[in-house]
Design a protein. Structure first.
Length: 367
């Protein structure tokens, strides 16, 4: 059995990270085969999966299988710092660069030089930092906060996210060029409920681990307990399984884990696919009510009002980005631009206005 574990750390006691990963289920075996193919390269990798599925473990395994395996592995949670601090943490700072900077300090990129930098929850990075990160990846050098001197770096970047970055791009919250820079290779980690073949091997690993910590002898699972574990949905993934086993060993008797010893949560976590389904239903119902009210209160020109309102709302939602607005509505950029000018959302340079108006009329006639 291929088993991955995190290095011992006091912070793991309160962490939501998975501390172990196995590859017994067919889906996990396919992931491992793909991982072993891409690990020796220098390509950036984007690891996608729910919280607690073992993204950092996979990143560490990629590092260990690569030529950088003897170099440092630095793991960073991008959502754990404020925007004002994350720049200094990523790229370093000089003495006096900001209040409290009593000495110079290298950033994570410098700490990972010659090895691998793992950026977890990359979707949480503020937009201004995304711009600077993109430049570092392109130029292969960093400039510390408060300095003008560039420092060459030799780092392989692995990133992870539990959100759909494509939707963040459409909403204007994540840079498309940075996405493609990071997503040279993508690895999708299935949630534990979708790889049931991993549940019992992980269970036995955690039983051995906590039996040793608690000073117990050998602990066994009966058949009913095994079925209960495999049938459960594991909304908290591997980390939830570890916590359940830890608690179970505290209360089980006679070295045997029974079905009634397993205290599984009744809480239901709504998944993305569930949210999408409910959102479609509620949006449809909401639109129907809005249309009915419009029909009752207005007698004419409703099509233009609805079209203008939809375009204006999409433009504001996309932070006044024409390309994102066009993508959101399924229109071309030229048509979107013409309509934004027509409803007064986009102001045209007066010197170009006659030509713009002529182009707009041509575009509108062609619709």
């Amino acid at each position: 059995m291929q088993l991955l574990t995190l290095p011992p750390s006091p912070s793991l006691a309160t962490s939501i990270r998975a501390t172990a990963q196995v590859f017994e289920d067919p889906k996990s075996q396919a992931l491992l085969a793909h991982l072993q193919q891409v690990a020796p390269s220098e390509a950036s990798v984007l690891i996608i999966g729910e919280t607690g599925t073992g993204k950092e473990l996979v990143a560490r395994h990629i590092h260990n299988l690569s030529k950088r395996g003897q170099g440092p592995f630095v793991a960073v949670n991008c959502g754990a710092f404020s925007e004002s601090l994350v720049e200094a943490e990523l790229f370093g700072h000089e003495k006096g660069a900001f209040t409290g900077a009593i000495s110079a300090k290298p950033g994570w990129f410098e700490e990972a030089n010659g090895g691998t930098l793992f950026l977890d929850e990359i979707g949480d990075l503020p937009m201004p930092i995304q711009v600077k990160l993109l430049r570092v990846l392109q130029e292969r050098e960093v400039v510390r906060l408060g300095s003008r001197k560039s420092i060459p770096i030799n780092v392989r970047v692995l990133a992870a996210t539990n959100v759909q970055l494509e939707k963040a791009i459409n909403a204007g919250h994540f840079r498309e060029d940075l996405y493609y820079r990071l997503n040279v290779v993508s690895l999708h980690l299935h949630p534990l409920r979708d790889r049931p073949g991993d549940i019992l091997p992980l269970t036995r690993h955690f039983i051995r681990t906590y039996s040793e910590r608690l000073g117990y002898g050998q602990i066994a699972l009966n058949a009913d307990a095994e079925r209960k574990l495999v049938d459960y949905g594991w909304p908290g993934n591997i980390r939830e399984l570890e916590n359940v086993i830890h608690h179970t060993l505290l209360i089980c008797r006679d070295g045997l884990v029974r079905q009634e010893d397993l205290r599984l949560s009744n809480m239901r976590i709504e998944r993305q696919e569930d949210r999408s389904h409910h959102a479609e239903e509620s949006t449809e119902a909401l639109l129907q009510r809005a249309f009915k009210r419009l029909f009752e209160e207005h007698q004419g020109a409703l099509y233009e009002k609805v079209e203008d309102s939809l375009l204006r709302a999409a433009y504001h939602f996309s932070h006044h980005n024409q390309v994102h607005t066009a993508s959101l509505l399924g229109l071309s950029r030229n048509v979107t631009r013409a309509r934004l000018i027509a409803i007064g959302e986009l102001v045209v340079n007066k010197r170009r206005a006659p030509q713009e108006e002529q182009n707009n009329r041509v575009i509108q006639l062609s619709i």
